[in-house]
Design a protein around this ligand. Sequence first.
Ligand code: ZN
Length: 182
Amino acid sequence: MAASGLINLSGLIDDAKCFALVRQHRWPEGVRCPACEKDAVIRDGHDDVQPCRQRYRCKACSGRFDDLTGTVLAGHHQPLRVWVLCLYFMGLNLSNRQIALELGLDGSNTQAMTEQLRRGLAAKTPAVELTGEVEIDEVYVVAGHKGQPAAVAKRAGSDAVASWQARRAAARWRRTSRPSSA
Ligand SMILES: [Zn+2]
């Protein structure tokens, strides 16, 4: 018998800890205003419906926000602990169907949640741990680009397309030939 038949997992999860987790990952160096990025932020009570959801007021721009403002978790009807468990199960490579069973959700709801979580929260989410072979296709960051995008754009000029095609061909070759040195 599946564990879901015996235990309501999400009922065992502490809401306060879930919000603390989001805060910790979203603002590891202290709360910052999502509108102006300043850290002159004061606490401003709690959400009326979710008592663990801290509200804030920015002294710099007078903006108001809370723990979930600007994330995909904001305004969703599922409690935060369901999202956190969903993330956890995704990390265990459970299928959408298995996650739906464990959380007592329907399939389409679960699929919508996992898709949103895969696209990423606007704010930082708990880091996804990558194990085994990780492959990123055809993504190039020009080293000189860092901090000087204008200079790089100027330099690239008309060579950009040709060199992109060359890099793409090279990437394709690397993918298919699988060098043992890697
Ligand atoms: Zn602000």
